[in-house]
Design a protein around this ligand. Structure first.
Ligand code: MF3
Ligand code: CO
Length: 264
């Protein structure tokens, strides 16, 4: 079990929220910029401009040598896709992951955008992954155990037959990008900590159309599904509250889960 999980007071949470709002603003703007015909390098360059405009720190650029400004993960790329020559096509799904630093506090969030005409199964994958994130957030409340968050995501996704990535998990976030505890999207074997008010979690389901198994490409970052089928990724930074997680990276929910009748 995690050794030490920080709890943050109201003043600290207000600062985290500024970093979270910054992360959300940049993510939302980049998501609105993505079009078929662009390269992922163009998307990364646009994100770099936004970071410069906002004069905030970038949580990913240079992190363990990560070369991009954000992560741009197309179709079979699950996470950590680096902007490059790949041209985004009509029908692609593009996962975008953005982390900002404001006054030394970190925000981390992600979403997957459908580009043009995405297949029905692709849209379902997005809707289920987004809904899974909110199911997890609802359980991020004091008195619960972290396993309630993990289990809510697993239980929600399983009946759809999608894969739940195991090699990458969510995490605590705060003064660093990655703090305690790890936040898997499935019930782990080991015991999990009880949740206390003010713990900060980055909850980030990574869900695949086929196998949950992933491999990392020779660039040491790009994680792809082993069967080449697409994956989706949605993430928020939340503060454990009394009734559920308080979202520190606010953005509008997409209309997809409701449109597809995914929400009961
Ligand atoms: N949301 C991801 C994470 O928290 C993004 C990290 S990308 C990296 O692990 F470039 F910073 F590694
Ligand atoms: Co994260």
């Amino acid at each position: 079990m995690a050794e030490h999980i920080p709890t943050r007071n109201a003043n600290e949470i207000a600062k985290l929220k500024r970093a979270g709002e910054m992360s959300a603003r940049i993510l939302t703007e980049v998501a609105g910029f993505v079009r078929a015909g662009m390269t992922t390098a163009q998307v990364d360059a646009y994100a770099a401009e936004l970071f410069a405009r906002e004069k905030c720190g970038n949580a990913f650029h240079g992190y363990c040598g990560y070369p991009g400004h954000i992560c741009i993960s197309v179709n079979e790329v699950v996470v950590h896709g680096i902007g490059g020559d790949r041209v985004i096509q009509d029908g692609d799904i593009v996962s975008l992951d953005v982390g900002a630093i404001v006054d030394g506090w970190y925000g981390d969030n992600a979403l997957t955008v459908p580009v043009g005409n995405v297949s029905e199964s692709g849209r379902r994958l997005l809707a289920v992954t987004e809904e899974a994130l909110y199911r997890g957030i609802a359980e991020a409340k004091q008195g619960n155990n972290l396993v309630d968050v993990c289990g809510a995501i697993e239980d929600y996704v399983k009946p759809f037959g999608f894969g739940i990535v195991r090699d990458y998990v969510g995490h605590g976030v705060g003064r660093r990008l990655h703090e305690e505890p790890p936040v898997p999207n499935f019930r782990p074997n080991d015991r999990m900590p009880h949740l206390k008010r003010g713990m900060i979690l980055a909850i980030e389901p990574m869900i695949t159309m086929g196998t949950y198994k992933v491999k990392v490409l020779d660039d040491k970052w790009t994680a792809v599904t082993r069967d080449g089928q697409p994956a989706a990724h949605f993430e928020h930074t939340v503060a454990v509250g009394s009734h559920g997680g308080e979202i520190l990276t606010p953005r509008p929910r997409s209309a997809l889960p409701e449109q597809l009748g995914i929400t009961p």
